[in-house]
Each structure stands twice: as C-alpha cells, then as structure tokens.
Design a protein around this ligand. Structure first.
Ligand SMILES: C[S@@+](CC[C@H](N)C(=O)[O-])C[C@H]1O[C@@H](n2cnc3c(N)ncnc32)[C@H](O)[C@@H]1O
Length: 367
C-alpha cells in the first residue's frame, strides 16, 4: 500500500487487492471523479505466435485475459461497468481502452447502462508490432471511449489545456503516441517485461490533463503496473488502484514510490475565458480599485465617468461598461473590459488589469 490519506472512507493513493467488482462495491457511492479502465482484452489467442526468424512473440496469453465465451466476457463487462457507474460522481466520467477484440462489446454495454459517449479516440501507435503472418493489416491502433454518466450530465473537459498541448491547434480524436518501450517499460528481475500490456504514460497524461483537475480522484480498476496512478500522482490527482495479481501490485508499488508530484505552479493548465470566475465591474468600484467620479478613456479618446453602482455615464448615455462603449462607438457591441482604460502614475492602463488582479487573488486563496 502507498500512503493512504483519509477523506472519509476513501482509500486514496492506495492499491486495493482482489476482484475489482467487489472492491468497487465496497467503496462509497458517487465518490470518484474519473474512472480509467484498461480491462482484459479477451484476445482469444490460439497457440503461440512466431516471428519470421522463428522467435516466439511475447503475446498476451495470461490467465487473466481468458474468458470461456463472448457471453462470459459480456457478463464480466456488465458487472464491472455497473460497479464503476455506482462509484462515479454525477458529473464524473469514464474512459475505457480496448482493441477490436473487446471495444465494441464495451461500447454497447456503456450505452446499455446509460453512459453517454462523448468521443472515441483512436490511439495510433507510431511504433506498432508488425503483422508477422502477413495475413491481415498491421494492427496499429487501440480505441478509447470517453463517456459521461448520462445524456446531459456535466463532465470536465479542459479544452484550452489540450489545445495548448497541441501547440495552439484544437486537439483531435486521433492521438499518435508510441507504445511503451525502452526505459519506460518496467522489467522483472530477469529483464523480461514486468507486465504484458503496460500503457504509455503519455496516453494517461493526455487523458488526465484533458478530463480531470488537480485534487480529483481517479479510479483504475485494472491497475496493472499502475500507469494511471503514476501519472495521477505526478499531476497532483488522487488515485485508487485495484489489481488482482499480487506480482503486478508489487511492481506498481515500487513504481509509485519513485514518482514525484510536479510542483503546484506546473500543474495549472490553460483555461477558457468562460471557465474563469465572473467579476462584475461594480466589484472594482466596491473595492476602491476605481473611484466613483473617476474618468475612463477609450483608445480613441472618448471618455465616461464611473458611478457608485458600477455603471458609467458618458456623453448622453449611461449603462454598463459594454453598453456605454458600444453607444459611443455606434457599434452593436463592445467589450468594455478591453475598451476602457484608466490613468495611474501617468500611464494609461486597461481596466481588465484590475479584473485579472482580483482573479489572481482568488486563485491564490487556499481551497
Ligand atoms: C490490460 S491490464 C492493465 C494494464 C495497465 N493499464 C498498465 O498500464 O499497466 C489489465 C489488468 O487487470 C487485472 N485484472 C484482470 N481482471 C481483474 C479483476 N477482475 N479485478 C482486478 N484486476 C483484474 C490484470 O491482472 C491486469 O493486470
């Protein structure tokens, strides 16, 4: 177990052992903000797979990935999705990841249970394993489904942060990222892969930056090597992991012990203007940042006086900063925050500076 910290009965920053359905059912209802689930794929592999040089491919043939039939896999999917749904907060969301073997079955069950699919994301692997037999296309992607708890339910989406991650271009639903190799790939004492399906941290980084905020609780019911927990910890989110296999839990514990949280300033992400707290112009007056009677100036020299109730009075017009600006310009609308300026120490400064000052004070306040 890593450092558990108390928040009611929630075992935060802990790896729970055992079956994920039982473990989730033991958690309080509506307690987590996001579920990220990378369940068994049910690959249905028949016999060994070899490369052209006859070496054996290290494929996923573990017991935890075996199900007797599609019906058995569907029952399993139904049970764990229902358990995940119960622990999700009303405005929480879920991500599931899978391949063509299981993603369609999970997608159908998500909809059966009332989840609302927001996007499917194609993770295109920049370094996929080739198709050794040459009988099918190289399988070069996996699919993620992102869903809210129901139609119309609110959910977290940090649109501006993703756009910033993508150098100012709106993030699309096809993500090109390498599979987990090299130093990132955890090895056992023999130098073999510690887990057959370790996901790249970059994938989780994008998911968590996009759909959670610092302090959110992220639950991963199929924790494996703990990729979700490691990235959550770095990003200042809390996690709950569930993993049935003791050997994987140990790998994940060691990994998590070496992960450091980024500092607070690094965790802040770009936000949309709409997400910023609304500051009425009147608050600037109430707080004495602008005084009743003070003269505001437009870029082209129009003027108006501040009134005690946060309205302006200009030449034959009174109203909000936006209304007076629009009237003086003869324009249908006007952003008063950038239009109006005030004078301090001989300099002309936009009033928006004062609004930003108030917002910065609010952001600095501890929650
Ligand atoms: C596809 S792997 C997840 C890998 C993980 N995302 C990572 O990056 O390491 C699925 C994991 O779920 C675990 N598992 C399978 N069935 C489970 C169950 N019913 N309850 C808990 N864990 C389970 C397996 O042992 C395996 O480690």
């Amino acid at each position: 177990m890593t450092s558990a910290k108390g928040a009611g009965a929630l075992p935060l920053n802990t790896i729970l052992s055992g079956d994920c359905v039982e473990a989730m059912n033991a958690l309080p209802e509506a307690s987590v903000d996001l579920v990220f689930a990378d369940p068994p794929y049910n690959l249905q592999l028949k016999g060994d797979l070899h490369r052209p040089d006859n070496s054996r491919v290290d494929a996923v043939d573990d017991d935890w990935d075996r199900f007797d039939s599609f019906a058995a896999y569907d029952r399993f999917t139904r049970d764990w999705l229902a358990a995940a749904r119960r622990v999700l907060k009303p405005h929480g969301a879920i991500w599931v990841i899978g391949s063509y073997h299981n993603i369609f079955r999970m997608g159908a069950e998500l909809q059966n249970q009332g989840f609302w699919i927001l996007n499917d994301v194609v993770w295109r692997k920049s370094n996929p394993m080739p198709n050794f037999r040459g009988k099918r296309l190289t399988n070069a992607h996996e699919t993620l489904i992102w869903a809210s708890r129901g139609e119309g339910a609110k959910y977290t989406f940090n649109y501006e942060a993703l756009k910033a991650l993508n150098e100012g271009v709106q993030m699309r639903s096809d993500w090109v990222l390498p599979i987990c190799t090299g130093h990132e790939r955890l090895k056992d004492a023999n130098g073999d892969k510690a887990h057959p399906t370790q996901k790249p941290a970059a994938l989780l980084h994008r998911v968590l930056v996009a759909t959670t905020n610092p302090g959110d609780v992220v639950l991963d019911p199929f924790f494996g090597t703990g990729t979700t927990g490691a990235v959550a910890k770095m990003l200042g989110r809390d996690f709950i992991g569930i993993e049935r296999e003791e050997s994987y839990r140990r790998v994940a514990e060691d990994r998590l012990a070496n992960v450091r949280k980024f500092d607070r300033a690094a965790l802040a992400v770009s936000t949309s203007k709409r997400a910023e707290p609304r500051i009425p112009f009147g608050q600037l007056v109430e707080r004495g940042l602008l005084l009743p009677g003070e003269v505001l100036i437009s870029p082209r020299g129009k003027t108006a006086k501040v009134r005690a109730d946060g309205t302006l009075v200009g030449e034959a017009v009174t109203g909000s900063i936006h209304q007076v600006g629009a009237a003086l310009e003869g324009a249908p609308s006007c952003n008063g925050w950038t239009y109006w300026h005030f004078k301090r120490d001989g300099k002309t400064v936009p009033i928006d500076i004062l609004r930003q000052q108030i917002r910065a004070e609010m952001a600095d306040r501890p929650n």
